[in-house]
Design a protein around this ligand. Structure first.
Ligand code: ZN
Length: 678
């Protein structure tokens, strides 16, 4: 599971003052020294701000580690086209066409071009024509006539022959309007534009997988993770597997080639075996091999360099089966990891004291490993929009038996923080000066801790009762799982144990995160929803679920109030201790729902609290937010790694630079890493 940036923007202001308040060595201190002259902002268009991140201490890696990182980043970049194709079947020819127009058109000043310029930036950012978060198709602001005139000027053979389909995809609002549709009561497969299914209904897909699943299998593979489900010529439902010789073979061949080169520089035998298993999985498409790989990967906690590369998260599939391709290459931030190691070491204490029915607790929390990492490259579904924390593998039984690995991408959170200073957000939305000071002082720290608790302990906590289907919560599974992990983190953030462990120096520090969480869940995250729309994305649903539930259940005690001042609405929290109790109660209930597979209760919670938007408040948030002119979404360009080779083709050095801009990077990736479009 990946943890999306909770507030996206500007959640705190003074990183430096938070730092001085720390009882522990905060991570980014090495990076801080270099940040003075670093320009974090790269591009700004539509609702997007593109940032840069630094890779502190890359130069401190050994030469072999740099070689390893280099080949892993190559393996990461080669998967880009897979994701584009998974997202929508005409994304790749569409990209080829609009990029060809973009680089060659001699019209760079008309209103049509300006609208086109915005559109191509949006499409590049979303890895396709649907918004990466709302899943809605982008609306072009230029005319079809203009684009057709530009295309007509392209040299013959400049792009592929599905022009009619591509034009319809761009200009016809009725074509592929939504990448992932989660609306209750509709056929989620037929109404989703993603390319994970073709010619099959939701009922047919569910029948197909139900026939594969054996309820008595204690170690089931992740069915459907690496395949597209289609109807064959005989009308039979079949899977087309992503593998060498199968679907996406050309791109996978490049990935495998670079993984093979990387393997020569593995840090140890365990890591070598991990890479070998991954190559084997890409070669065979065998999901049991993927599980073997995942187990070895979860258990390899000694290597400093690490990576994910494959079909991982299933948020892009309305049924939560097929993984979107992604890769993140990283290395451990050793001083910062002391924080998460403290949590991991004490995992059993947290499990034993959690406010859930003891029947749903794990008797032995196994192998919860956690570390703070420095991202070296972001790719596929993690690029340009990226998670700030990751907890994998996703397979429930592997997590239970072998543990999971949990990471926080602190050079990314640091870039978010640095880029957001002084944008006026807190002044507009936070109720008063003392609360702003609380946030200034403790939010960066408590927010990092929240992420750590969510990833290291939250997702790994609790257990299913015997015989409960891990997919029992169906379309609501992601929302409820994120809520469970968030509630675990919120509950413990206020626990004296954190002070005892030396992770916080003030027992009231948690109030900073509580205030911001409720403010975000009740109000400010609505800035990312278009007028008239409801909430669909799982992480956003989760946050409103928690905030709205706590608001309603604390009403008689006025735990949380929405007060009006000067014509504006503010969140006021009157009783932080009671709020913690409420978080504990809701955690108990959601854990029960998960442990028992109580779909009806889960669906009722989500539908009552997580989906519907308070229209009046929404309008107000949009109005106030618009005045600040802050991009609601952010993402990153990658650094550029340059290897120098000797006469035998061995890498003698790898250097990293941070000067490449947004569109040049996108165009370079399309030119140099097009695994599927040649
Ligand atoms: Zn999560």
């Amino acid at each position: 599971m990946s943890n999306k940036p909770p507030y996206l923007i500007n959640y705190m202001s003074t990183f430096k003052s938070a730092l001085s308040a720390l009882a522990l060595t905060l991570t980014a201190s090495a990076a801080m020294a270099q940040t003075q002259d670093f320009d974090y902002t790269v591009d700004r268009f539509a609702d997007i701000e593109v940032l840069r991140y630094q890779v502190p201490d890359f130069d401190k890696l050994s030469l072999d580690q740099k070689r390893l990182v280099y080949y892993l980043t190559e393996a990461a970049l080669w998967g880009r086209d897979i994701l584009w194709d998974q997202n929508y079947k005409y994304n790749l020819p569409l990209r080829q066409m609009i990029e060809a127009v973009y680089v060659s058109t001699d019209d760079r000043t008309s209103d049509d071009f300006k609208a086109f310029d915005k559109y191509i930036r949006q499409v590049e950012f979303a890895n396709g024509i649907h918004h990466h978060y709302s899943m809605d198709k982008f609306t072009p602001g230029f005319s079809r006539e203009w684009l057709e005139a530009q295309v007509a000027k392209l040299p013959a053979g400049a792009w592929t022959p599905v022009q009619a389909e591509v034009m319809a995809a761009i200009f016809d609002p009725a074509v592929a309007p939504k990448r992932v549709n989660q609306a209750e009561g509709q056929d989620l497969i037929l109404t989703s534009a993603n390319n994970l299914y073709d010619g099959v209904t939701q009922a047919e897909v569910e029948t197909y997988y139900n026939a594969l699943k054996n309820p008595d299998d204690a170690t089931p593979v992740s069915y459907g993770l690496n395949s597209k489900v289609v109807k064959n010529a005989d009308g039979k439902v079949v899977e087309q597997v992503y593998k060498l010789g199968g679907l996406y073979s050309d791109a996978i061949a490049h990935i495998v080639d670079n993984l093979t080169k990387a393997m020569a520089y593995a840090e140890n035998d365990a890591q070598r075996a991990v890479i070998a298993r991954l190559i084997n999985y890409y070669t065979t498409g065998d999901l049991a091999t993927f599980d073997d790989y995942s187990i070895r990967w979860a258990e390899d906690t000694d290597s400093q360099v690490d990576f994910i590369n494959g079909f991982i998260e299933s948020y892009g599939d309305p049924l939560g089966m097929t993984g979107s391709w992604e890769s993140i290459v990283n290395f451990k931030n050793i001083p910062a990891s002391a924080r998460t190691e403290t949590l991991s070491t004490n995992a059993q204490w947290f499990e034993n004291n959690s406010p859930v029915d003891p029947r749903f607790r794990k008797e032995q929390v196994k192998g919860v490993s956690a570390k703070v990492i420095t991202a070296a490259i972001l790719a596929g579904d993690s690029y340009p929009a990226t998670p700030i924390g990751i907890n994998l593998p996703n397979s429930n039984w592997i997590r239970a038996q072998h543990g999971s690995k949990s990471v926080t991408l602190e050079n990314i959170t640091q870039a978010y923080d640095e880029a957001s200073h002084g944008n006026g957000f807190n002044e507009e939305f936070v109720i008063d000066e003392p609360t702003r000071q609380l946030l200034d002082r403790y939010l960066f720290l408590t927010d990092n801790l929240h992420t750590d608790l969510h990833e290291c302990l939250g997702h790994g906590s609790g257990r299913l009762l015997p015989g409960v289907d891990p997919d029992a919560l169906k379309a609501h599974g992601s929302t409820l799982e994120e809520a469970r992990a968030d509630l675990f983190a919120l509950y413990y953030l206020a626990d004296p144990k954190l002070v005892e462990l030396g992770l916080l120096d003030n027992p009231d520090a948690y109030q900073a995160e509580y205030y911001k969480y409720i403010l975000n869940g009740l109000m400010t995250q609505l800035m990312r929803i278009e007028p008239g729309k409801d909430i669909e994305e799982a992480h956003m649903r989760n946050r409103q679920l928690i905030a709205a539930w706590a608001y309603e259940h604390g009403k008689k005690d006025k735990v949380i109030e929405l007060v009006r001042r000067g014509g504006k609405t503010y969140v006021k929290i009157n009783d932080y201790r009671k709020l913690r109790d409420l978080f504990g109660q809701l955690l108990g209930e959601i854990q029960r729902i998960k442990s028992e597979g109580d779909y009806a209760a889960g669906a009722a919670l989500v539908e009552k609290y997580a989906v519907k938007v308070n229209r009046k408040l929404h309008d107000e948030v949009l109005r106030r937010y618009a005045k600040l002119d802050i991009a609601p979404y952010k993402g990153f360009v990658n650094p550029v790694y340059t290897a120098t080779f000797d006469d035998n083709g061995n890498i003698t050095d790898v250097t990293v630079t941070y000067t490449e801009d947004y569109m040049p990077q996108m165009l370079r990736y399309s030119r140099d890493y097009s695994g599927l479009t040649k």
